[in-house]
Design a protein around this ligand. Structure first.
Ligand code: G6P
Ligand code: MN
Length: 445
């Protein structure tokens, strides 16, 4: 079983490899191919993986290449975890938007649109190559903005590309815990787009336990989303939003605090990771120890740097590391061994939300087996949520159209239609600002 990781020199790759090392079952991954454009990053990560594997019998073999086609040939699974423009690009996405007084964030609002415009053409090229060189492979996409990028790839790969995110499962786990339920036994009624979804129910043995949480201010105030959104607002909504909805419901406060922050999240991570790859240039560097130390620093700053919330520091290590590698592994196992399971994934709508067309990628619980991920039927969203989902999906469609045509006018339209961009003039200046700093946007004419 061959797994190819695109973005194989990325800082989070050891998390994925760590998850693979823990998988002892029949049919597990036996060969990992790391692909990256940067040979130094590849070599740094390869050394970390070698140390991780040192005392593990039958550890998956690791090879590395900068040749994309070579990496894809013969792959059973392809993980796409690339970052077009690197963390420096992420920092520019944040800076340009914040300078205009609108949200600059990795995946949401203007920052997410800029990142999407850079990433979609690269993701489409990858999808085309997979279709040609590894037509039977399953592509697991964690490249952000994950919903949009998955949709771009699905136009070439159909349902063979599945997008993943750790935030819905993390949210479900926190709600289950606060209710005293076993997260493994809870059915989470969650739906929306990636980083734009709501938990409307949590059923244990067929009984919805969420009303008990919503009715209890103490319980509600005791966990991260309760602190982030406030008890009153959660009770008004009658649902628990994904933490990324904070950028919509408390946009003004977030923009202000991000503008005042000494460094944006992207700039912070760019510096930190540059130090890691720099240290790894020393041939005698203790790879795993260096990686572990950097990761611990990153996690310690996760909430304070990333999301302004009274819940800072409340997440446990499992939540902090995201657990996205666990989602990826669970998905791969279910497909490879036909081990039926339910996961919240980014897949084509196929009628699940009647307000969106069949090809729109949404985030929804899916039954997964050897035939892939099948969205389950869910209740419709309330109107306020439908409104947001439809307008953000319309923006995503403009991003896809701009990436396909190279039209600057369409790119302006994408920014201008976003609910968090408050003027067409701002949208025009954002396109100017982003094309000035991002070589990856040179295609816009
Ligand atoms: C969560 C999201 C990911 C996102 C990450 C950012 O895990 O689900 O989509 O990339 O946060 O974390 P970072 O440490 O890079 O700010
Ligand atoms: Mn995510």
């Amino acid at each position: 079983m061959k797994l190819t990781i695109l973005g194989g020199g990325g800082f989070r790759v050891p998390l994925v490899y760590g998850a693979l090392l823990g998988d002892r079952a029949e049919g597990r991954v036996t060969h990992v191919v790391l692909h990256d454009l940067d040979p130094q990053r590849l070599s740094a990560v390869t050394r970390v993986l070698a140390e991780q594997a040192a005392h593990v019998p039958d550890a998956p073999e690791v090879s590395a290449t900068t040749d994309l086609d070579e990496a894809l040939r013969g792959a059973d699974f392809v993980f796409s975890a690339i970052r077009v423009g690197g963390l420096e690009g992420r920092a520019e996405d944040e800076r340009v938007a914040l300078a205009e007084g609108v949200l600059g964030q990795e995946t949401v609002g203007a920052g997410g649109i800029a990142y999407g415009l850079r990433t979609v053409p690269v993701a489409v090229d990858i999808a085309r190559r997979v279709a040609r060189l590894a037509p039977d492979a399953w592509v697991i996409n964690f490249t952000n903005p994950a919903g949009l990028v998955t949709e771009a790839m699905s136009r070439h790969l159909g349902d063979r590309v599945i997008g993943i995110c750790d935030s819905p499962v993390g949210l479900g786990r926190r709600i289950a815990r606060v209710l005293g339920a076993n997260p493994g036994e809870a059915w989470i009624d969650y739906v929306g787009l990636n980083h734009l979804g709501w938990v409307r129910g949590l059923r244990v043995a067929g009984r919805d336990e969420l009303p008990r949480l919503l009715a209890d201010p103490d319980l509600l105030g005791s966990f991260e989303e309760g602190k982030l959104f406030g008890v009153d607002w959660l009770q008004s909504l009658g649902a628990i939003p994904n933490e990324y909805l904070h950028y919509y419901y408390f946009n003004r406060e977030t923009v202000r605090s991000y503008q005042q922050a000494e460094k944006t999240r992207g700039a912070f991570l760019a510096d930190q990771q540059a130090r890691f790859y720099e240290e790894m240039k020393r041939p005698d560097a203790a790879a795993l120890t260096t990686w572990d130390r950097t990761r611990a620093e990153r996690e310690a700053t996760y909430m304070s740097e990333n999301r302004e919330t009274a819940g800072a520091g409340e997440r446990d290590a499992d939540d902090l590391s995201g657990g996205y590698e666990k989602v990826a592994l669970a998905l791969m196992r279910a497909i490879a061994r036909d081990e039926r399971t339910t996961l919240i994934l980014n897949v084509r709508n196929q009628g699940t939300l009647s307000v969106l067309d069949a090809d729109a990628v949404i985030e929804v619980p899916c039954l997964v087996d050897a035939n892939g991920a099948h969205p389950v039927a869910v209740a419709p969203l309330p109107d306020h949520a439908t409104g947001l989902v439809c307008s953000v999906k319309a923006v995503e469609r403009e991003v896809l159209a701009a990436a396909e045509s190279g039209s600057r006018t369409t790119a302006v339209k994408a920014f201008a239609l976003h609910p968090l961009v408050d003027s067409v003039n701002v949208a025009r200046r954002l396109v100017e600002g982003y094309t000035d700093v991002h070589p990856g946007l040179a295609y816009l004419e």
